[in-house]
Design a protein around this ligand. Sequence first.
Ligand code: DCC
Length: 160
Amino acid sequence: MKMMSDGTIPEHHPHCLGCGSENPAGMQLRTRLDGDVVRGEVTFDRRQQGAPGIAHGGAVATVLDDALGSVLVVLETPAVTANLNVSFRAPTLLHQPLHVEARVVERDGRKLHLSARLMDEQYTTLAEATALFLVVDVVHFTQGGEALPEAWSTWGSSTT
Ligand SMILES: CCCCCCCCCCCC(=O)SCCNC(=O)CCNC(=O)[C@H](O)C(C)(C)COP(=O)(O)OP(=O)(O)OC[C@H]1O[C@@H](n2cnc3c(N)ncnc32)[C@H](O)[C@@H]1OP(=O)(O)O
């Protein structure tokens, strides 16, 4: 498992897992492993606003996808989101500390069925996601023509 010495998972964002920078919309999701579950905290600000004072649905989906990406770090398995379904259960307010969790539901060959949840400070569910990730060879990530983080070369690349 890929973790820091304090049990946290290296910061990443969806298109550059493990590179240590914040994700494209400026959200910083710090995750850690708790048993089989990845847990994290995030707070939205005006950069992620949709309706006044409320987070944009795309930003909520980004955080959920990012948390799901943390599961890949734990599994040390290169994979990409093939399908992401998000149910928005309640408005996600800006400037509130939120909890995120993500886990593996099932693995079927290359198919990783994952789920994630965003909750408010009282652990009331705000949004839920189910996702299909497909395991890919690390070569998949070279299509953008950029160098990959060094750590990725030590992670699994089997697509079987
Ligand atoms: C070192 C560590 C680094 C770790 C690095 C980790 C990076 C983290 C990324 C974070 C998450 C992201 O944002 S990723 C960015 C957003 N996602 C992407 O860019 C992915 C773009 N899509 C693709 O590149 C491609 O479509 C793939 C790789 C997903 C699939 O193409 P493929 O490999 O040719 O697979 P394909 O034959 O089509 O499908 C294989 C099986 O999956 C099923 N399948 C395929 N797509 C879907 C789908 N959308 N919904 C349902 N099922 C699907 C097919 O029916 C088939 O089932 P059966 O017939 O076998 O039953």
